[in-house]
Design a protein around this ligand. Structure first.
Ligand code: ADP
Ligand code: MG
Length: 309
């Protein structure tokens, strides 16, 4: 499909302090590009993924370039895009060139086309049935390749004018059988706050089939095929998560008790203040008190009883 030239509004003023000029010069020389420029607010996408984007041209080819990314997310993106494109070139992007060692970037074919999110916001979605069929095909490919994308939502689906869907943005993708988490996420589990959002089953728990099903329902349709796959590829992150949280909780308790000490110098130590500062659940404290009193009474009673006998 021949795509149109990008309109002027996609251009932003680049910030030389962000090092974009260096990046662009590097790419321009290495690939002999005829044009390269920042694309879509390239300095910071606000999504926390740490990418900057460029639009580039060489002869009649156009490229969408993602540069940077957190940890090993870019290598991940390249690996899974290649894998899925090989299985289904219709619904996944083609990687044009890439590097992911010292410099990290990947170039895809550039598609001047809206995302599903944009079309839904504009109430401008025609041929919903075709979109639903494409979603079924995407589900089939993910299931065949045993891949969980983990961030399926309308912003990550490009819609071509003929209704073809492209699932993009593989930075969070993982093999689901066996599930192996990407290094960056193991080191920074707080990144999950970014991930899946409204289409995930829950935080730390994903099922692409559930996300696709939810999307299809939102489009007013239903797919028996996708519905039948819900639960088959569900994955859950649990590597040491609780241990990290526990450590953080202990740190928090320590800093709280320090705070309490300084507060108590300034504040009169009333019974109510003490009660308010207790961090454990109040029912637990009450239960503990009740238990101690009960035990004491029982001992007293036994003592008394044994004297009488
Ligand atoms: N191949 C492409 N051609 C044109 N625009 C694209 C292409 N891929 C992505 N985009 C646009 O860039 C946005 C961000 O891309 P995405 O891969 O989702 O990055 P992020 O990881 O920052 O979410 C997309 O929502 C889409 O609007
Ligand atoms: Mg995205």
């Amino acid at each position: 499909m021949k795509s149109e030239r990008p309109s002027k509004d996609t251009t932003v003023h680049f910030d030389p302090h962000a090092g974009n000029l260096d990046n662009m010069n590097y790419l321009k020389e290495k690939y002999n590009l005829s044009l390269i420029r920042p694309f879509k607010g390239a300095i910071d996408n606000g999504g926390g993924s740490g990418y900057v984007y460029y639009y580039a041209e060489k002869d009649s080819a156009r490229f969408f370039i993602k540069w940077g990314g957190a940890g090993n997310s870019l290598a991940n993106e390249v690996h899974f895009t290649n894998l899925l494109y090989k299985e289904n070139p219709n619904n996944f992007l083609q990687v044009m060139f890439e590097e992911h060692n010292e410099k990290k970037y990947v170039a895809f074919e550039f598609l001047k086309t809206p995302t599903l999110a944009e079309l839904l916001a504009q109430h401008n979605l025609v041929n919903k049935q075709k979109i639903i069929l494409q979603l079924e095909k995407i589900a089939h490919t993910l299931a065949t390749c045993k891949v969980s994308h983990r961030d399926i939502r309308p912003d990550n689906l490009l819609v071509l004018p003929d209704g073809t869907l492209k699932l993009i943005d593989m930075q969070w993708a993982v093999p689901n059988s066996p599930y192996r988490e990407i290094n960056y996420v193991n080191e920074h589990p707080e990144q999950f706050a970014e991930l899946g959002t409204t289409y995930a089953i829950a935080q730390y728990c994903w099922d692409d089939m559930y996300s696709i099903h939810k999307l299809i329902r939102e489009l007013g349709g239903h797919s028996d095929y996708v519905y039948s796959l819900i639960g088959k590829f569900k994955i859950q992150y649990n590597v040491q998560r609780d241990i990290i949280l526990l450590k953080e909780q202990i740190k928090q308790l320590q800093s709280d008790s320090q705070q309490m000490q300084t507060q108590s110098i300034n504040k009169p130590l009333t019974l109510l203040n003490c009660w308010k500062q207790i961090k454990y659940p109040k029912w637990f404290i009450l239960f503990l008190c009740w238990f101690i009193v009960k035990k004491k009474n029982r001992r007293k009673f036994k003592k008394k009883y044994s004297i009488r006998q």
